[in-house]
Design a protein around this ligand. Structure first.
Ligand code: C2E
Ligand code: CA
Ligand code: CA
Length: 655
């Protein structure tokens, strides 16, 4: 028996020392001081004090010869043990709920009060025990006896543990490996302690097990080194993902304000990286003055996110507006004052952002509004989210064959002889329906998938020409190329490879590119075009009249055709000045000895206007909208060989 008391004594004292040293470590680590950290400290304190109580009551264990004083001390120690130990399960529960990201919303305050009342009730039972003896008492023989009050305390502890497990269960997917293993370790070791103590009630090893478990938790959960951005001391992207994952898993309600600095590169370029870093630090410091530090995250070089609990939409918006105002004033950097340009966005979670990916996409990709002072919120967010959905759709679409090439026939100026077609890509999305290139091509360019799309279109066009013998029927099929792709090294070989493999004669492929590039890029563009032309491809300049129309550069390029943009045609119909512009465009292009295709032809009167000008080809809804391959083949085959005219333009118009 003495040996067991000795062990209990050692284990309990060890538990106290472990918890006290953990406590010192935490103080040194200087945590963020959020509620979670406070609950953890409380857990350490509970175990530490309990360790002292058990040690004392073990030492003064009543024996037949015990003095009145030692009995009194033993009783007091046991009393303190009960009072404090009763709080262990509830505090553990509150700690776990914070680790898991459960936020008791204002409308679920009832729940919060219920939990606190259970805690208060059990504590009351323990505290008043010397008077009531409801929890335990010493019987007439001086033997320690448990009463019904202890059963209630145990049931309450059971409820708190059950709720803790429930939160762990719902948040399991959102917790990272470290947190999971930390919590499992704590629970495993504590369980071993409890079982060992159950097997031998005289061996008080539970507290020691809890202390060891808490040390593990401290190392993997409370140690936040890898969650903190070293430059600013704010939480980093990883911490944001983990925390928001928890909030979403538990359907916690919150607002998030995202702040993007639009000009970090400019600061780096103008006044050095040190100033950029200092600018970020200054912004971080400013944010800390208006919001709790542990709810501010720095996602990347330019993005900060503030997480806000328990506020109305208006209050969250007002906070964003306050931050916006600060950016009207300059920031003091090492040796200079700078004005930083920032964009802000307010999102309501989970209503507006249901997944972590959506949130990251939204916060990291939103572009400033035309009105740069506008704070994006509400329906502005739908637009950004659509971009995210489109990104997903593009990547899935490539793998799952959801892209389809449509063809819009082009005709000679007589309006009857088929000239060819323009290949126009479409994307079928299971949820959003058919997506148009105007919307998804810019996104594809952004995420670097435009090459794959353009390759797909070119391959489809080659297959069509080869399989359907189009070489006998059309002059060429026009294929759009993204300028970004065109500028890449090795582009010409790449394109050659695709077309040569298909066996299609290169003169049936007419590449279209939009003149949306800066003047300094013309040289590179020119040399690529020349190489492609040497290979035998045709080349058209698309959307003429919408860009900068650098005539000199255009004249130096070896193009075959210029496509006049539909806006020029439509304007010509509306006003005299518009007509003069169209007329002059046509004249200039003819002087350069290039063919002209006018797109956007929708009415007969437009054709009548264009004929005297001597343009060569027409394309537009008047003849046909872009149609799927089979419908285009019907049109092409009806037109038969190029010499055979269509009897009536209506035959070309498909439903
Ligand atoms: P674009 O090259 O200027 O293509 C012509 C666009 O004008 C097509 O829109 C076509 O449907 C539309 N259009 C043609 N005739 C008329 C008309 O009479 N009235 C009106 N209102 N519109 C007409 P679409 O198919 O939505 O394509 C939009 C743009 O997407 C294209 O403009 C092109 O820049 C780009 N694009 C399409 N396919 C590809 C592709 O495979 N690769 C690349 N890089 N870009 C593509
Ligand atoms: Ca085009
Ligand atoms: Ca065009």
């Amino acid at each position: 028996m003495d040996f067991l008391y000795g062990l209990t004594f050692t284990f309990s004292l060890a538990a106290t020392f472990i918890c006290l040293s953990d406590f010192c470590f935490i103080k040194v680590q200087n945590t963020m001081g959020k509620t979670q950290n406070k609950f953890f400290t409380l857990l350490l304190m509970i175990v530490a004090v309990n360790g002292v109580c058990t040690t004392v009551s073990g030492y003064y264990t009543p024996t037949s010869g015990s003095s009145a004083l030692s009995l009194y001390i033993a009783d007091q120690a046991r009393y303190f043990y009960f009072v404090i130990h009763t709080a262990l399960a509830p505090v553990f529960f509150f700690y776990i709920s914070h680790v898991c990201g459960v936020v008791f919303r204002s409308n679920s305050n009832k729940k919060k009060y219920l939990y606190f009342s259970i805690l208060a009730l059990t504590e009351l039972l323990a505290i008043t025990n010397p008077l009531t003896k409801w929890v335990y008492y010493r019987d007439e023989n001086g033997v320690f006896t448990r009463n019904w009050g202890e059963a209630i305390i145990y049931v309450a502890a059971g409820v708190f543990l059950f709720l803790s497990f429930k939160y762990l269960y719902t948040s399991w997917g959102a917790l990272n490996y470290k947190r999971r293993s930390g919590l499992l370790m704590f629970l495993g070791i504590t369980l071993i302690g409890i079982v060992a103590q159950l097997l031998n009630t005289n061996l008080k090893v539970e507290l020691f097990a809890e202390a060891i478990g808490l040390t593990g938790v401290m190392m993997v959960i409370e140690n936040e080194d890898d969650r903190i951005d070293t430059e600013t001391g704010l939480y980093n992207r990883q911490a944001f993902m983990l925390d928001l994952g928890g909030y979403l898993a538990n359907k916690s309600s919150l607002h998030a304000i995202s702040l993007r600095i639009n000009t970090p590169e400019i600061i780096s370029r103008k006044s050095g990286v040190a100033n950029r870093e200092l600018a970020e630090k200054k912004v971080a410091e400013y944010l800390e003055t208006i919001h709790r530090k542990y709810n501010i995250y720095k996602l990347g070089r330019r993005t900060f996110v503030l997480v806000i609990f328990g506020q109305t939409d208006d209050e969250a918006y007002d906070l964003a507006a306050r931050i916006r105002l600060r950016f009207d004033k300059p920031w003091q950097l090492v040796d200079t004052l700078v004005l930083l340009e920032a964009s802000l966005l307010v999102a309501k979670i989970p209503e507006q952002l249901e997944t972590l990916n959506d949130a990251l996409y939204m916060f990291e990709n939103f572009q400033p509004d035309k009105d740069r002072n506008k704070i994006l919120s509400g329906s502005d967010l739908d637009f950004i989210l659509r971009g995210s959905a489109i990104e997903k759709s593009i990547s899935n679409g490539l793998a799952e064959g959801k892209f389809e090439v449509y063809y819009q026939p082009t005709f000679s100026i007589d309006g009857k002889t088929l000239h060819g077609a323009e290949a126009l890509v479409r994307l079928h999305d299971d949820e959003m329906g058919m997506l148009y290139p105007d919307e998804f091509i810019p996104v594809a360019e952004n995420i670097g998938l435009i090459d794959a799309i353009d390759d797909f279109v070119l391959m489809e066009v080659c297959k069509l020409i080869k399989n359907e013998n189009l070489e006998q029927i059309v002059d060429c099929i026009n294929v759009n190329l993204s300028v970004i792709q065109l500028m890449k090294p090795g582009f010409v070989d790449h394109i050659n490879g695709i077309v040569e493999m298909s066996g299609v004669d290169k003169k049936y492929i007419n590449f279209e590119v939009t003149e949306s590039i800066s003047a300094e890029s013309y040289e590179l563009l020119n040399s690529t075009i020349n190489s492609l032309k040497e290979e035998g491809f045709l080349f058209s300049m698309d959307d003429y009249g919408t860009g900068y129309s650098n005539m000199k550069a255009l004249a130096s390029m070896h193009l075959d055709c210029i496509k006049i943009d539909k806006s020029i045609l439509w304007e010509a119909e509306k006003s005299d000045l518009g007509y003069i512009i169209l007329e002059n465009c046509v004249r200039m292009i003819h002087q350069m000895d290039l063919d002209i295709l006018v797109e956007g032809v929708e009415t007969e009167s437009q054709i009548k206007m264009l004929r005297p000008l001597g343009v060569n080809y027409l394309q537009g809804f008047y003849f046909s909208k872009p149609v799927p391959k089979d419908d285009f083949l019907k049109i092409a085959k009806k037109s038969d060989t190029r010499s055979k005219a269509l009897s009536d333009h209506q035959t070309a118009l498909l439903p």
